[in-house]
Design a protein around this ligand. Structure first.
Ligand SMILES: Cc1ncc(C[n+]2csc(CCOP(=O)(O)OP(=O)(O)O)c2C)c(N)n1
Ligand SMILES: [Mg+2]
Length: 549
């Protein structure tokens, strides 16, 4: 029997690794929702709202390489847009499937719900265009070829795509077929020239080092990058967005490179190198502690997604995967590990009735992490406070450093848990971030997932207090929730929950969390101004140009 349009699309998404689609149902999307529900190999994962579904698809894509969500027309798709933009900025291929009104309704410019009432039906698709790398409106004739085009675009650019499926089109038989497209390969001459230029630059350099970036993980090239590092013997450091992209347990890892706000020894070393090989790393403000790194472009070798730059020369159409492969074995620096002392969090201090200071908290978290943990941290003081936590072998640190939308981590952690249920998952979020998307906690329990959740309750938006002109300004105060009661109120059964405000009680809770069979949710109470050292330095940095103290 001929497949319908939606059956075809779902089969192809499943073939490339989508086993779960997040979303919120709606009438225009019913034919799509039905097909997902009926699909033998794809699970419908209903979320509390579309923004959260988008974040969940983002978290899933971090584990699986790709993710998908399905929303209804207008109201649903617009609510997901912040998350899709985040996936774009963070290089995550997320398929956004939107069920739209049927063709007679659209062509008749009918006055129907979820429209602006002006007869315009293509507005929302247009709004999506800048935050995806490709869009398509499906018809029976183009469904096969457009699906292949969108898959190829999403995988080539590692960015989201948008597919609109009119509700009558969804169930029509697909007409024609299309072979899967292959991703473009590198230009052979450009690739060879780039590899030779990198080799020559490294051979001519005295000391060199590597900065592997988050794109390495997005492209699933951790092994190739590690092979390059090992073959070349070069030391590597990472910037914040790139933390743990290669294991921090690797012998060549020398620590975090965070500009002038910490890790002085690593910074001095990196900036003294004759050559710095960046592999898919970006010099964003979040990665460079507010643009305080100083890398000489003349000494930087940039192995990017589709091009390599050596000195001032750009080698185009060179895929990162190909050049990493070319380079392994061609560079043998046999470099010595430099004498660098990475910044660390310091020893665990405090106990008993002592309040939970930053010095007490962050080393305890670092000590709690285990090999291969998946750790998601939201934007806030807690994520930056963990920058200098040395992670055990294979532990992954995820953050939304560039898009930096608070609220991302809670649903993203849910999506990551769906994507990798066998791994221990730790969510660390500030309470202000958590207030944005806390409902999604309920989904873990619904799907039998057992996260370990830490909510840092410091009575407001501490990161903003540290950056704005007056720490006490009321716009950084928030409603005081009883966070530890949320799992219960949200229907989670049998979770270990605790609200801890002293070191001794925190230690007990961590011990219980370590041994727990079920999910864990710990609300950690600190003073409103209890910030980690890195944030204190940011505060000083900002205070100097506001001229305040
Ligand atoms: C969607 C969105 N809105 C606003 C901001 C601005 N913002 C950055 S950090 C922050 C506060 C985070 O507070 P919390 O999660 O409690 O963490 P804390 O800094 O207090 O540890 C805000 C509001 C943002 N990044 N994203
Ligand atoms: Mg807070």
């Amino acid at each position: 029997m001929t497949e319908t349009v939606i059956q075809y699309i779902l089969r192809r998404l499943n073939e490339i690794g989508i086993d779960d689609i997040f979303g919120v149902a709606g009438d225009y999307a019913f034919p799509v929702n039905d097909a997902i529900a009926e699909h033998p190999a794809i699970n419908w994962i209903g979320c509390c709202n579309e923004l959260n579904a988008g974040y969940a698809a983002d978290g899933y894509a971090r584990m699986r390489g790709i993710g998908a969500l399905c929303t209804t027309y207008g109201v649903g798709e617009l609510a997901a847009m912040g998350a899709i933009a985040g996936s774009y900025a963070e290089h995550l291929p997320v398929f956004h499937i939107v069920g739209t009104p049927n063709l007679p309704t659209q062509e008749g410019r009918a006055l129907v719900h979820h429209t602006l009432g002006n007869g315009e039906f293509d507005l929302f698709g247009k709004m999506a265009e800048p935050i995806v790398c490709a869009t398509a409106t499906m018809t029976p004739q183009n469904a096969a070829s457009e699906t292949e085009r969108l898959i190829t675009a999403a995988l080539y650019h590692r960015r989201p795509v948008y597919m609109a499926i009119p509700s009558d089109v969804a169930d029509m038989p697909v007409l024609g077929s299309a072979a899967p497209l292959s991703l473009p390969s590198s230009d052979a001459a450009s690739l060879a020239a780039a590899a030779e230029a990198v080799r020559a630059a490294l051979n001519n350099a005295g000391q060199a080092c590597v900065l592997p970036g988050v794109l390495v993980r997005r492209l699933g090239l951790q092994e190739s990058a590690a092979t390059f590092v090992e073959a070349s013997g070069l030391p590597f450091a990472t910037m914040f967005a790139d933390k743990s992209v290669l294991s921090e347990g690797h012998p060549n890892y020398i620590g975090m490179y965070t500009g002038r706000l910490g890790g002085e020894s690593v910074r001095a070393f990196i900036e003294s190198c004759d050559a710095v090989v960046m592999i898919g790393a970006m010099l964003t403000d979040g990665n460079t502690a507010g643009h305080t790194v100083r890398l000489d472009p003349g000494k930087t070798i940039n192995i990017d997604h589709h091009r390599t730059t050596v000195g001032g020369t750009v080698y185009r159409n060179v895929e990162m995967a190909d050049i990493l492969q070319q380079l392994s074995g061609r560079i043998t620096k046999g470099a010595q590990r430099p004498a660098v002392t990475p910044e660390t969090l310091g020893p665990i201090t405090g106990g008993g009735e002592d309040p939970i200071t930053a010095d007490a908290l962050y080393p305890r978290w670092a000590n709690f992490f285990r090999p291969d943990d998946v750790i998601l941290t939201d934007t806030g003081t807690s994520s930056l406070g963990l920058a200098f936590a040395q992670l055990p072998h294979g532990a992954e640190f995820h953050n939304q450093t560039l898009w930096a939308s608070i609220g991302w981590a809670t649903p993203a952690a849910f999506g990551a848990a769906v994507g990798a249920p066998q791994r221990r998952l730790i969510l660390i979020t500030g309470e202000g971030s958590h207030q944005m998307t806390a409902q999604e906690i309920s989904q873990f329990d619904r799907h039998g997932l057992r996260p370990i959740v830490f909510v840092l309750n410091n009575s407001g938006y501490l990161s903003e207090r540290m950056l704005c002109k007056d720490m006490a300004l009321a716009y950084n105060d928030i409603a005081a929730w009883n966070y530890a009661e949320l799992p219960h109120a949200l229907g989670c059964q049998g979770w270990f929950t605790a609200r801890v405000s002293s070191c001794g009680v925190l230690d007990d809770a961590l011990k219980t969390a370590e041994q727990a069979d079920g999910a864990v949710y710990i609300e950690v109470m600190t003073d409103a101004y209890e910030a980690p050292p890195m944030y204190k330095k940011l505060h000083e940095h900002v205070a100097s140009f506001y001229n305040i103290h």
